[in-house]
Design a protein around this ligand. Sequence first.
Ligand SMILES: *Cc1c(COP(=O)(O)O)cnc(C)c1O
Length: 376
Amino acid sequence: MSPAGPMVLTPSGVPLTSATLTIDLGAIVENWRLLKRQGRRGIECAAVVKADAYGLGAGEVASALYLAGCRHFFVALLEEGRRLRSRVPADATIFVLHGVMPGTEQEFAVHRLTPVLNSLEQIACWRALAQRLGQPLPAALQVDTGMARVGLSPADAQELDEAALAGCRPVLLMSHLVAAEEPGNPINLVQLERFKALRNRLPAMPASLANSSGVFLGHDWHFDLLRPGAALYGVSPTVGQANPLRPALRLQVPLIQWRDVNVGDGVGYNHTWIAKRPTRVGTLSVGYADGYLRSFSNRAWLTFRGHQVPLIGRVSMDTITVDLSELPLDALQPGAAFDLIHAGHDINALALEAGTNAYEILTSLGSRYRRQYIDT
Ligand SMILES: *Cc1c(COP(=O)(O)O)cnc(C)c1O
């Protein structure tokens, strides 16, 4: 299934020539199966692969999940949908979350993309195309139950009737949760009740409310289609609870060179780190231009053959500096591979160090990494 074949991780000792991101499609498929198993028997589980599958490669991820049985995919933009259409067979439904912008409706029909209609204007636009083509066109309807972001307002949803939908073939009613990663937050129940009330008022159709975290709120939030994104890629779904998902990423970067500095010497831009003891400083080939966030400066740590290595000084555009004082000298050859992200120090741990969420860590992953796909 994986284009890269079996495990091809760089064994320790073999020089690494460029920062390398290894994406485990087997872990992503296993996470999808685990999410689907949270639902009642027979429930469908989609995959949200917007923003290039959160940076991991929408084509590769969707192809692997299609083989595992996934038939529903969500992207945000028309352009993402067009690209994905060429990577999955015709029986895969591709929903485009932002819906139809006026003037783009024809392209949705040509590429067999299913818009998520978010306003009365978008519905009218899609209805007009259906009438021009003389055939009913499938669409999802999104209602706003509390996010105040996209979707029909409750007042607009009230106006919807058979006439407003004439020519549209509604295949999914959906809404998005505000704070599903906090099971105790009362907004979850408020949104569930609003969603059910809207659903009762509209023509019967399959429904979907749960994103990754929503899957873990329980069956009441599931309806007919689960809609996880982040959890597929290993993001922990529930605040304060053990993460049931498998990490899917490894990021290894090579050592460029090292030097010894003396007590009182500063390291990196603005000397935000000053040596308190003689220190061996290593420079690695990764920086904020690769999405290794500047907010990691003086806060993150890396791993080298089981040793924890602290990041010292500011993150630069193309380099970071680390304290190698505890490492054996003979290991410090140019090309020595350091792990920035791996199973023992995953995107959730990194998010804590950077003071952000794991979604941002993922979607920031840079385009300069050599990417390899494995299937374990
Ligand atoms: C991004 C998105 C999802 C997936 O959310 P995760 O938290 O990543 O699981 C689901 N539904 C909508 C409408 C989204 O925008």
